[in-house]
Design a binder for this molecule. Sequence first.
Ligand code: KIV
Ligand code: ZN
Length: 514
Amino acid sequence: MSDRVYIFDTTLRDGEQSPGATMNGGEKLRLARQLEKLGVDIIEAGFPAASKGDQEAVAEIAAAIKECQVAGLCRAVKADMDKAWEAVKKAAQPRLHTFLATSDIHMKYKLNKTRDQVLEIAHEAVTYAAGLCPNVEFSAEDASRSEPEFLARVIERAIAAGARVINIPDTVGYAQPQEFGELIRYLLENVSNSERAVFSVHCHNDLGLGVANTLAALKAGARQAEVTLSGIGERAGNAALEELVMAMNVRKDFYHLHTRVDTEQIYPSNRLLSMIIGQPIPPYKPIIGGNAFAHESGIHQAGMLKNSQTYEIMTPASIGKSGSDIVIGKHSGRHALNNKLEELGYYLNPEQLSQVSEAVKNLADRKKQIYMEDVEAVVLEEIYRIPDKFKLIYLSSISGNMAIPTAALKMEVLGEEKQLSDFGVGAIDAVFNTIDRLVERNPKLLRYSVNAITGGTDAQGEVTVKLEENSVTSVGRAADPDVIVASAKAYINALNRLAKKERDPKAEQSRNIP
Ligand code: KIV
Ligand code: ZN
């Protein structure tokens, strides 16, 4: 059996089903390009039947990506498969990924079908999909809670009908590593035509075992792993790409497996995701968190100084985390900036480059050293921000223990300039109150967090804000060396996203899989 593992990234589909992780078409395309650079084998770009917006985003990604297969998810029904094929057919390497539940509980309560009916539907669906696309993946939803003998029969039928990849999802994160490995071994041995398909796994993280189950399955002979960046996904998420890949990488001696992933793109990819969805990477997150390479205890620090391998099983450089690299100075020209941007995977047109160069210069006036993360924050801010209904023009704020916190703002609201001043219990509260009155809205603030992008008191503050109004939620993000300005921009960004969701509810409709 080959020791090559195929990495199937579903950040743009299952990952996007994570609360607060919705992305617009431009953001999805940007992330898909980064996944291509990261070296994943398959990008699951979305679920085209879920909404018009999803269908368009998948088609756009399919047309742009050349080095990876691009998959579209579809239920085992013709209308879904047609939509998915329509969306992926222009890809250099298209894939249709169809799924059908096989556990007794799903068949009875969700599908209202008998085992024989499910066998028939699987056969018909894969036959139909294979008539559209030569590269078909079949997923037996809730496989880990399905009766193994029946599961083996469904898989046999799917392979006979033309499925090239068979995916065994642990849909509800119920499996245990040893048991899941045994299930894969059982299927490989008992499905009579198993050698005609690549076996894949897709593990959810409800019990925190997504990566462990995936590794156990790979040990047992599965050769495709379905993962997401940072492990985002339904409920507790999916197996995290960075953890899985680095486990195979650091413990080559144990797994004897390899992937095509360029591990030095792991940190930039996760960082880009975090910027796009407006959710900071938690400091304690394995591999990519801020503390993953920090050594606090004196004994550890002393050991590290003598030999880094005393307490480090991998280097920050191996995941592309440069940490303190100063990338650009006040006097760096457009050419140097462009080179740096291309290194980070941002290919801008001359107009966008001028816009970013201007913003980086403004930042360099206020901040001594500009790091890779600062430049990325500027690009996200300038280029990938959704078109604004509300814009900040000017902000001044007064606070302190002897002053009533006051904010004065000038904004563009639906093309009209407006200004106002208001109070609050603190500076941020005053700013948010003033914005609410200027835009005549009253959303509920569900979350507010500030993160320092780099070190030092002049570091850019990265603010994330989550709002809710009329049962619609949105996340906004912004960065600025002044935390109050960053907070205002993040709040306005969240309001713009809220307004966009209201204008285009279909695009934002939950991508829930029925
Ligand atoms: O979790 C799951 O079962 C899925 C399938 C659609 C692959 O996401
Ligand atoms: Zn899933």
